[in-house]
Design a protein around this ligand. Sequence first.
Ligand SMILES: [Zn+2]
Ligand SMILES: [Zn+2]
Length: 279
Amino acid sequence: VIENRHFLIDCGEGAQMQLSRFQVPVQRIDHILISHLHGDHYLGLMGLLFSMHLLRRTKPLDLYAPHALGPIVTAQLHAAGTALCFPLTFHPLPVGPSQVILETDHIAIETIPLLHRTPTYGFLFREKPKPWRLNKAKLPPDLSWDDRNRLKEGKDLFSDTGQLRYTNRDLTLAPKKSRSYAYCSDTAYNEQLMSRLQGVDLIYHEATFLDEKELQASKTFHSTARQAALIARGAGASRLLLGHFSARYKDLQPLLDEARAVFPATDLAIEGESFTLEE
Ligand SMILES: [Zn+2]
Ligand SMILES: [Zn+2]
């Protein structure tokens, strides 16, 4: 959730059940981003779209996914004889280097090219610089609406004759922090991510295997927990979330321990948990 916009990234088979279990109203979702077309990342999508339709959604929905998903969605709607009762806009993800796919007044989202067996995209969310905050304790009473807006933009205030009236820094507090989040879906270990994700606040990175299975990880274009931690450390990230664990691991603690040995600020992305980034 950013500025009250709701993003759903990837939509596996159980997504709808989990959304309802954790009481996330599906109609609030404005944007769905699909990283790649392996079943565990998109097979829940059609069910979700049909549910939104049955719930008589009217709000537009934007879907970002590899271009091959477009005809799949169209074919399934056609086969069901369903004309969705809400506007669905499909945005095929641009092949090749990183590109901005969505930009608003508050955020920009760009793709992160990943190394996997099928075209796969990560997503980097960045908040734009925020306004300077008015320091209410110091604000003189004679400020107009325009004056206030100038202060928020970081400008000093001048009189009509060009005399300095107020210095911005005397009346404002520094802007809140612009936060960033990188979602790195299925990928082989890719050191290029370190420079691409430099200074990101929170990285979600897959950690399918323990490092003892490194060979299997590279053969299947997945990563180990240690490799995910190396990426986070190399990027100078603040925090790391691990996910996409192989079903072989009934106990996830060893994955967490392995990553924390390299990058202590690591947590497991457990379903139903929420993580908030401080401003
Ligand atoms: Zn995959
Ligand atoms: Zn997967």
